[in-house]
Ligand binder design. Structure first.
Ligand code: GLN
Length: 392
């Protein structure tokens, strides 16, 4: 017999399990090509893998300094100086975490209080809502609208109130591919300064942009250096999503809260992989040019396949996802469509409703991830051509 107390907490019951990660399980169950969860199926750079092997061989196998091995924190500081001219003190401003997932939740728990309000743009990456709810804070949503996923200035202004303490900015954006412009970030900065708000930025796709678009970190916009938590990770840039090495960069007063939460949540990210991370961040500029070129090719292949198979999609400006309308193919709702596409066609995608506070906003849409070898994308294309039109 279960008593009344044998149940999950009210907090944990106030949101559901990740649909993205659930689709990965469904893909495995059906042997489907996984274009749902965004992880690469191509190898990580040889130098980076070698550095990991060498770190294990050198017995760097015990707990790291909780907020990160000095070598990696120094490499992070050097990389932000080189790429963005940001002054980051590795002793005071960096916390190495278990992926950007942990960086975001440690930052939100370390900075926000129950009752605070947090502005989130939607469609959103599904972690931010639960992160905010676990902190006892309340999300306020502002719409990004097609075709170019801009937001309405008046709507953003109206979302800020006396209770607003945070805003999450994910650029380049998952799932839309939007790359926030300097002008848009300046408006965000103006509102953050006026309302004394902290920005949490998820910049994990910082090196994946197309057609000359350049990533601008919000922390580099005047007024934001002292009120921005900048988050990124090794995962996407170096194709090592399973290593779980990310980081948060923040001004010292915020960093104190972030490091405290991080310490008690995880005690630290994997030591040898942190050392490999230092090697990754030291790769030359040509590495980033090369991954941009390869991603542009993958994007082109994905868009061609979607056009040929009756989906409606526009080229994303950054990241490696594309939101695709399927109303030309099927009247099913997005969840049923995604499940049947996985089980019957053999291509897993994420239902559009997972990215919205109100599911109806994503009903005719699914998200494709194209961080895959061209052969993988072409095989998905063959499957979609054969069967997608039959899901009625
Ligand atoms: N960012 C990935 C996606 O959107 C998922 C990351 C994760 O599951 N932790 O698919």
């Amino acid at each position: 017999m279960c008593g009344m107390s044998v149940r999950p907490s009210a907090r944990a019951s106030s949101f559901t399990e990740s649909v993205i990660r659930e689709m990965t399980r469904l893909a495995m169950e059906h042997g489907a090509i996984n274009l749902a969860q965004g992880f690469p199926d191509f190898p990580a750079p040889e130098e980076v893998k070698r550095a990991a092997r060498e770190a294990v061989a050198a017995d760097l196998n015990q707990y790291p300094i909780t907020w990160g091995e000095p070598e990696l924190r120094e490499a992070i500081a050097a990389a932000y100086r080189r790429s963005y001219g940001m002054a980051v003190d590795p002793e005071r401003n960096v916390c190495v975490t278990c992926g950007s997932t942990e960086a975001m939740i440690s930052s939100i728990l370390g900075v926000l209080d129950p009752g605070d309000e947090v502005v989130l743009f939607e469609p959103f990456y599904e972690n931010y809502g639960p992160d905010v709810i676990l902190a006892g804070a309340t999300p306020r949503y502002v719409a990004l609208r097609e075709p170019d996923w801009t937001f309405d200035e008046a709507e953003l202004r109206a979302a800020f109130s006396d209770r607003t303490r945070g805003i999450v900015i994910n650029t380049p954006n998952n799932p839309t591919g939007k790359v926030f412009s300097r002008g848009e970030l300046e408006l965000v900065a103006e509102l953050c300064v006026r309302h004394d708000v902290v920005a949490f930025t998820d910049e994990i796709y910082e090196h994946i942009t197309y057609d000359g678009a350049r990533h601008v970190p919000l922390a580099t916009i005047p007024g934001m250096e002292d009120r921005t938590v900048t988050i990124s990770a090794l995962s996407k840039t170096y194709a090592v999503t399973g290593w779980r090495v990310g980081w948060a960069i923040a001004p010292e007063p915020l960093m104190r809260g972030i490091r405290t939460v991080h310490d008690f949540l995880t005690a630290g990210a994997p030591t040898p992989l942190q050392h490999a991370g230092a090697a990754a961040l030291a790769l030359p500029e040509t590495y980033y040019e090369e991954i941009r070129r390869e991603y542009a090719e993958r994007r082109g292949t994905m868009l061609r396949i979607l056009a040929e198979t009756g989906f409606e999609a526009r080229p994303p400006a950054g990241a490696y996802y594309v939101m695709a309308g399927f109303r030309g193919l099927s009247e099913l709702d997005d969840v049923t469509f995604a499940e049947r596409l996985t089980a019957e066609v053999g291509v897993a995608v994420v239902p559009g409703s997972s990215f919205y506070s109100r599911p109806e906003l994503g009903r005719g849409v699914v998200r494709f991830s194209f961080c895959k070898r061209l052969e993988t994308l072409e095989e998905a294309g063959r499957r979609l051509r054969k069967l997608a039109g039959e899901l009625r």
